[in-house]
Design a protein around this ligand. Structure first.
Ligand SMILES: Nc1nc2c(ncn2[C@@H]2O[C@H](COP(=O)(O)OP(=O)(O)OP(=O)(O)O)[C@@H](O)[C@H]2O)c(=O)[nH]1
Ligand SMILES: [Mg+2]
Length: 454
């Protein structure tokens, strides 16, 4: 199917004029009532000429019972490109404008239907390249992340209220249990640090890994790409220098989306085309998240391989694998320390018959941290991670102020900072937050005062 083509397409209109536009363009036969959340059958009609443009269904959702909390009309049309385009043009001519990317979610957020973490989860769900990434996005959409962050923020607000009450009404209140407060802040800080650490795993499931297969010519790089992709993606011959260009293959291994890059075997050559290919191999090597350095067991680990190892960027995960185990009479699988003759290889395999490739994949994912990612319930995206890290940093400063026994207002400054950062993750409004803090603090103080007086 061509992109943009499908059996059904939905044109969604949101806002105060949505119902009027729907009524203008949609002719429903008989006496079908325009009730909210009821499907009408009929035709999209050009109001200028009366021409029937498509046979369609119309769904009207009256505010606030819609995704955006505005009046929403959905036209469920046939999905051919020309057909949808025509309906779309009629909707625009009737007074609507084209929605910006993510605008429905933005409106849902602004109208209080979604917090920011859920709005972001929608785009993650749409972009998910693996079932596991989709599950993680669904957990975000169900509010798992929001609840966890709001829980942490509420715990900080409680402590902030205690502190602020002391700043304003110290003499009226019982002494603050500073040790209990510090232990509570430590607990929240540890949870935040864990979320920050796990964000990398979430990113891995969402965005996947770029894995470059590099090595000397003829070691079996293209054979390995074909084996892992389960199809004849790359040309394989026994001639060194077969692969000239960079070849990408997208696959999902154990829930992790991978982009495998087959590269030209790196060697000194006078062939100008091969040299261009080798340049691309080096670029791929520099930009990869992980590098599979493959060598041929029948030729052994040579200086050429050692030179390649030196070129792997320090940030990339490196896995060295010995290929053609079948020819060398080596048992495929993870290499244990006592197996000599395998150089620095961590895995021995045969790309030809597939033996050892499961061990290769397992070891690669383990080294990239993907194995622990399997158990993740929620994961922060990079924006959320930065804010959580900022909150943890602010809490660290509060704990320092506590250790130095500084006055309460020194504690509250950074504690407020931590609460603000957490609020930004879910999109809490700052005014509301300040009001909650101050009203809670004074309520706490007056409650305590009245308790002392009675
Ligand atoms: N016996 C055996 N032969 C293999 C294995 N892997 C690859 N070969 C053979 O080795 C030769 C080269 O394989 P390729 O996959 O083209 O090697 P390459 O590293 O991509 O080579 P270039 O593209 O030239 O750099 C082919 O004849 C393959 O069939 C293996 O595990 N065992
Ligand atoms: Mg090749």
């Amino acid at each position: 199917m061509a992109p943009g083509e499908g059996s059904v397409a939905i044109v969604r209109i949101s806002g105060t004029d949505a119902a009027a536009i729907g009524r203008r363009l949609f002719a429903a036969p008989g006496h079908q009532p325009w009730d909210s959340h009821r499907v009408l059958y009929g035709h999209v009609v050009d109001p200028a000429s009366g021409e029937r443009v498509d046979e369609a269904l119309l769904l009207f959702m009256r505010a606030p019972r819609s995704f955006t909390r505005e009046d929403v009309v959905e036209l469920h049309c046939h999905g051919g490109l020309a057909c949808v385009q025509r309906v779309f043009e009629l909707v625009l001519a009737a007074g609507a404008r084209r929605a910006l990317p993510g605008e429905f979610s933005q409106r849902a957020f602004l109208n209080g239907r979604l917090d920011l973490t859920r709005a972001e989860a929608i785009s993650d769900l749409i972009a998910a390249r693996s079932r596991r990434a989709a599950q993680l996005a669904m957990a975000g959409l169900d509010g798992g992340l929001q609840r966890r962050l709001q829980g942490l923020r509420a715990r900080l607000l409680d402590q902030l209220a205690e502190l602020e009450a002391r700043v304003d009404f110290e003499e009226d209140l019982p002494a603050l249990d500073a040790a209990a407060l510090v232990s509570e802040l430590r607990g929240v800080c540890a949870e935040l640090e864990q979320l920050v650490a796990e964000a990398r795993q979430g990113e891995l499931l969402r965005e996947g890994l770029r894995v470059a297969i590099i090595g000397s010519p003829n070691v079996g790089k293209s054979s390995l790409l074909n084996r892992l992709s389960r199809r004849e993606r790359a040309i394989v011959t026994d001639l060194p220098g077969t692969t000239r260009d960079l070849l990408e293959s997208e696959l999902v291994l154990e829930g992790v989306p991978l982009t495998l890059l087959d590269t030209a075997g790196i060697r000194d050559t006078n062939d100008p085309i091969e040299r261009l290919g080798i340049e691309r191999s080096r670029t791929a090597l520099a930009s990869a998240d992980a590098v599979l350095l493959l060598f041929d067991l029948t030729a052994g680990w040579t200086e050429a391989e050692e030179a390649l190892r030196q070129q792997v960027p320090p940030g990339a995960v490196l896995l060295i694998a010995a290929n053609k185990a079948d020819l060398a009479g080596v048992t495929p699988g993870l290499v244990s320390a006592d197996r000599s003759g395998l150089g620095p290889a961590a895995v021995a395999l045969s790309a030809l018959n597939g033996a050892g490739t499961d061990a290769l994949v397992g070891e690669l994912l383990r080294r990239c941290g993907a194995t622990t990612a399997q158990g993740l319930q929620v994961a922060l995206n990079s924006r959320q991670r930065d804010l959580a890290a900022a909150a943890a940093h602010s809490l660290g400063l509060v704990l320092q102020a506590a250790a130095q026994q500084l006055p309460w207002d020194f504690w509250t400054i950074d504690l407020r900072g931590a609460v603000r950062s957490l609020g930004e993750i879910t999109g809490e409004r700052s005014l509301k937050r300040c009001w909650i803090v101050s009203s809670r603090a004074s309520a706490l103080a007056s409650e305590r005062r009245s308790r002392q007086w009675t």
